[in-house]
Design a protein around this ligand. Structure first.
Ligand SMILES: Cc1cc2nc3c(=O)[nH]c(=O)nc-3n(C[C@H](O)[C@H](O)[C@H](O)COP(=O)(O)OP(=O)(O)OC[C@H]3O[C@@H](n4cnc5c(N)ncnc54)[C@H](O)[C@@H]3O)c2cc1C
Length: 427
């Protein structure tokens, strides 16, 4: 049974939507189309850390080689902590189980996710404006209206349109995202623009831990393919009144980040100088960090029709602060779970399938949202006395182990017994 022949429409072609499309193809859903508002695929100019729990799934899709080509190679540890003022080593977190974290440019991850997807399933320049729930006999359950006047018909709609999701709004969920009190400054430094010793240090994932702020460096890419750069993510506390962009994202003067770290160690000053060398206009990306509280229900079922509905996936459903590097990873996990459930569900009862999927995913994503908030507090320090004395990297590692060592494919196999028909499944 299942829903393999249904018209599935994905709204949003970010990392979450593209991961779901890969999962749908992998699972064997036959009729899937993705609609993205941008005229061409692109991601914000920043790095991303894809951890073992998500790499397990991408490897199952066959993307390991493609990702590895553009990712950092084997790193000495998961993260190393340094004192903001002295630059001195505080401690580190060892790697988690295989496959280890891969750090790469977001655009390169998107390229990998595009590799196995037929062009014909991607529709660009399609901003979803509204969704009609049709009642006429013979009509498709849903008609999606795009800003350019075009439409699409669907039995199942997957809202992968991010934290400001229109699909979510169309479902009648009117809650507002919450400002976290933090902004992030994001940019890249070329290793050649750093003094040799600082460049060598930043070939590791390094967190300069300061009071109520921290500067995280992700060594993305690799030297063989010339994709290696130090991705800089400065998490700083700033009141929202100072914020002047409605889009939560803007270009900011590098001076503004420098102001936050003026009295920090020489290595951090090298990073600021490196950012300036690499930036033509003296600016870098600045983003206000928002998150939504978990919601009770991620889906709706079309009234009087048990095999049509709308569901949210990725940041539209389970946004999280980035302090455990899990937003994209959770979307990747959710993608394979939802696609597998839709393809292999034993009956034609979509509500039961959606509920099973949500019950499988929500406890985990809610916990990630909660612990990421706490991890943000631990990544910085609230007072100078917490700088090294009370800081225990081993405890941090233990806090995150349950995230990294989880295998959603195994969980589906176990919990799906009796609900999913595994015949022909690639699980
Ligand atoms: C500073 C920072 C660092 C992070 N680092 C990591 C990390 O290391 N690892 C990790 O796993 N996660 C990380 N994340 C989280 C991650 O970026 C997000 O969780 C992830 O990108 C969410 O993907 P998404 O596809 O759900 O949403 P989005 O990335 O927001 O994509 C939504 C897509 O939908 C499209 N869209 C929106 N509205 C419409 C519409 N009306 N019609 C059509 N299309 C539409 C958009 O154009 C976009 O392409 C980080 C986040 C931040 C802020």
């Amino acid at each position: 049974m299942g829903f393999e022949d249904k018209r599935v429409v994905i709204v949003g072609g970010g990392l979450g939507g593209m991961a779901f499309l890969n999962a749908a193809l992998y699972a064997g859903l036959k009729n899937v189309q993705l609609y993205e508002q941008a005229a061409k695929f692109g991601e914000v100019g920043a790095g991303v850390n894809i951890t073992s729990n998500a790499n397990r799934i991408l490897d199952a899709f066959g993307l390991q080689e493609s990702m590895t080509r553009k990712s950092s190679g084997k790193l000495p540890c998961y993260m190393e902590y340094h004192n903001y003022k002295t630059g001195g080593y505080i401690g580190h977190i060892g790697e988690f189980s295989q496959p280890h974290a891969r750090l790469l440019h977001r655009a390169h991850l998107l390229d990998s996710l595009k590799e196995r997807v037929p062009e014909s399933s991607l529709k660009l320049g399609k901003h979803l404006a509204s969704i009609d729930r049709n009642t006429a006999t013979g009509a498709a359950p849903y008609t999606l209206h795009f800003q350019d006047g075009s439409t699409a018909e669907a039995d199942i709609v997957i809202g992968c349109d991010g934290i400001k999701s229109n699909v979510r709004r169309e479902m009648g969920l009117g809650d507002d995202p919450n400002y976290s009190g933090q902004v992030v400054y994001r940019g890249f430094v070329d290793y050649k623009d750093l003094p040799t010793e600082t460049a060598a240090l930043l070939r590791k994932t390094v967190n300069f831990r300061g009071p109520k702020r921290h500067l995280l460096i992700l060594p993305i890419g690799n030297q063989e393919t010339g994709t290696d750069r130090a991705a800089v993510i400065g998490f700083m506390s700033e009141p929202l009144e100072a914020w002047d962009s409605e889009s939560w994202m803007s270009r900011s003067d590098i001076d503004s980040l420098q102001e936050h770290v003026r009295d920090w160690c020489p290595e951090v000053q090298h990073i600021i100088a490196g950012l300036r060398k690499g930036s033509g206009d003296g600016k870098m990306l600045k983003q206000a960090l928002y998150v939504r509280d978990p919601i009770d229900k991620w889906y709706e079922i079309k009234s009087e029709q048990k095999d049509a509905g709308i569901i949210l996936l990725g940041d539209s459903a389970h946004s999280t602060l980035p302090h455990q590097g899990q937003g994209t990873c959770m979307a990747i996990e959710s993608g394979i779970a939802l696609a597998t459930v839709l393809r292999h569900w034993k009956t034609d009862d979509l509500e039961a399938a959606f509920k099973f999927y949500q019950d499988l995913r929500k406890p985990r994503t809610d916990r990630v949202t909660r612990t990421s908030y706490e991890a943000g507090k631990l990544a910085s320090s609230d007072s100078p006395s917490q700088m090294s004395d009370n800081f225990n990297p081993d405890a941090l590692r233990e806090r995150m182990r349950w995230i990294m060592e989880y295998n959603v494919l195994e969980d589906l196999k176990t919990k799906g017994q009796g609900y999913l028909d595994f015949q022909g499944s690639r699980l």
